[in-house]
Design a protein around this ligand. Sequence first.
Ligand SMILES: Nc1ncnc2c1ncn2[C@@H]1O[C@H](COP(=O)(O)OP(=O)(O)OP(=O)(O)O)[C@@H](O)[C@H]1O
Length: 275
Amino acid sequence: MHTDTRTQHTDDGTSATSWQVDLDAVSVTYPNGTRALSDVSLRIEPGEMVSIIGLSGSGKSTLIRTINGLVEATEGKVTVGPHQINTLSGRTLRDARGQIGMIFQGFNLAERTDVFHNVLVGRFAHLPWWRTLLDLPTQHDRDIVLRSLDSVGILDKMWARGGALSGGQKQRVAIARALSQEPSLMLADEPVASLDPPTAHSVMGDLLRINKEQGLTVLVNLHLMDLAKQYTTRLIGLRNGQLVYDGPIHDATDAHFEQIYGRPIQSRDVLGDGV
Ligand SMILES: Nc1ncnc2c1ncn2[C@@H]1O[C@H](COP(=O)(O)OP(=O)(O)OP(=O)(O)O)[C@@H](O)[C@H]1O
């Protein structure tokens, strides 16, 4: 299968590559016998902004984790940029993951460490080990950390401790940490599920801006249909581990959402405008 990449131009004139993602007949069965994904095939083009929607347990996290190699596909082929992820292990898998930014619902920040060093962690994939041990980032690494913080509007919090930030600020630090990897793909697993509605909208707005400004491929797991409609251009619907919708978001009707949820739409399926 041909795998495409696209060059993105960053503000400092350097260029990075935005990756395509291909899943070819991918199934995942966990060791306890749970079949979390069944025969999923899809292609995400470089630079797309895609939402993955489904009820709890439908396989959204498993899909995201299979793409970055945290979960192994038990059948099928997972191709991410130039890598066939499900054949990699050890150093080569770590190197590939170094180019995949990952954002989690729980932020995963070091609470007692300042924001600068939390974001610098994103550079570790690119630093020789002795520089990370000696805490000796280059000026280039520092510049990237500052630019990443600036791009999510929290440069002024650089010396605050991770634990002293609000949920929205923590998620922005997590986005900055992922950006400092200079990623070729951004994966977000329920990034706004712990946030209040206005903050959820602004974090989704940050992800959309990064997608547009940097041309970065973004895949985001959501369980709220209005966020998917407002911030993404393509919808992937999962139900019981199966792909039940894949198409442009503006073609997705309430009937499609009902098919994805397996029941009529309820108020808990939408966040509201948060104002
Ligand atoms: N490590 C695991 N071992 C065994 N079963 C698992 C594991 N992780 C997930 N599952 C199961 O796989 C199925 C899909 O789970 P997954 O977390 O991918 O769904 P999800 O759509 O992300 O759900 P949620 O929105 O609640 O996070 C579920 O039945 C879940 O219980």
